[in-house]
Design a protein around this ligand. Structure first.
Ligand code: MG
Length: 341
């Protein structure tokens, strides 16, 4: 097999703000793996909070070409060889996606069918990024009925997080979940979760910093389910997460691909945890890979490509709030030739 890769800049429709950063564009790496004239595609969205960058992902991909071997079905073996290089889960996810795409194309089946899964998962949430309460309410009103659930980014560190949710609750009947991205401390979290429960919020994602020593206490005292994201990368992290959370947020860019994401989901189930599937700011290629396993999950947050000004990859269909993977073989994606600007 032969691997090639290139970087691409994805422009967002509007600047995207969360507690720790604002993005106007993001960089991705698109990977192609060719085997006997068939090409599989994958996207790397290196998570910068874990020290991964487009440069480190590209350097990793330069190195792994020789480790792939000739059999796109030998996932376990390939994974073992790649695991000798630490980190770079974004790049590993791109390789894993491209291999799944190849397998599907060779066998003439979509990946969700190869995995024995249903095509449709739960509806995706739409992210209302962090802003002033009135601004978040205005942006919520503009969403209308296009989405069936909303995820509010919190963590303003200005004492207004509950007011943000209250302002949004006034203008929409949609189910709400919130993501604090590690920006509360214990006292604030205990106080806020009680108020958010009264506002009908469904669950709170990553209220405390990862590995916070009081995580177990918050889980015990919270009237709302706590989901962790920054606390969990791979299946190995799930057991510890069970002490501090009622559910986990799985992302391919953290797990290193579909295969490990499925493992993490099963470990979570065995421990009685809920499972959420999230994404990065990424194109329809990365979203197509994640959408293959959406039906394994209780909650889906796959709006990354919908936040882009232009999505260079077609394949995922947005139908009645659900990000549906294609019925075409593999990931079922096709690159759109972009218009000159
Ligand atoms: Mg999150």
């Amino acid at each position: 097999m032969r691997l090639t890769h290139r970087t691409a800049t994805l422009r967002l429709r509007e600047p995207f703000t969360i507690s720790r950063s604002t993005d106007e564009e993001v960089e991705a790496v698109f990977v192609e793996i060719e085997a006997d004239g068939v090409v599989g595609y994958g996207e790397a969205s290196p998570p910068d909070i874990y020290g991964e960058t487009v440069d480190s992902a590209s350097a990793f991909l330069d190195d792994v070409d020789g480790l792939l071997g000739d059999d796109p079905f030998a996932l376990e073996e390939i994974e073992r060889r790649l695991a000798e290089r630490p980190g770079e889960h974004g790049a590993k996810a791109a390789v894993d996606s491209a291999l799944h795409d190849l397998q599907g194309k060779i066998l003439g089946q979509p990946v969700w069918r190869l995995l024995g899964l249903a095509r449709a998962g739960p509806p995706t949430s739409w992210t209302i990024w962090l802003g002033d309460p009135d601004d978040m309410a205005r942006r919520t009103e503009a969403v209308g009925e296009r989405f069936r659930r909303l995820k509010l980014k919190l963590g303003g560190r200005d004492g207004l997080d509950v007011e943000r949710v209250r302002a949004v609750r006034r203008v929409t009947p949609l189910p709400l979940q919130v993501d604090v991205n590690e920006y509360w401390e214990l006292d604030e979290a205990l106080e806020n979760v009680r108020q958010l429960a009264e506002l009908g919020v469904q669950y709170v994602e990553q209220p405390l910093p990862a590995a916070h020593p009081e995580g177990a206490r918050l889980k015990k005292e919270s009237p709302l389910p706590i989901y962790v994201d920054e606390d969990v990368h791979t299946a190995d992290d799930v057991r510890e997460a069970a002490e501090r959370a009622h559910g986990i947020n799985i992302k391919l860019a953290k797990s290193g691909g579909i295969r490990e994401a499925v493992r993490a989901a099963h470990v979570a189930r065995a421990l009685g945890l809920g499972v959420m599937l999230g994404c990065m700011l990424e194109s329809g290629l990365g979203i197509a890979a994640a959408a293959q396993i959406a039906s394994l999950c209780d909650h889906v947050d796959l709006d990354g490509n919908l936040l882009l000004a232009e999505d260079p990859w077609q394949g995922v269909e947005f139908v009645d709030g659900v990000q549906l993977p294609s019925r075409e073989p593999g990931l079922g994606v096709r690159e759109v030739v972009s218009r000159p600007r």
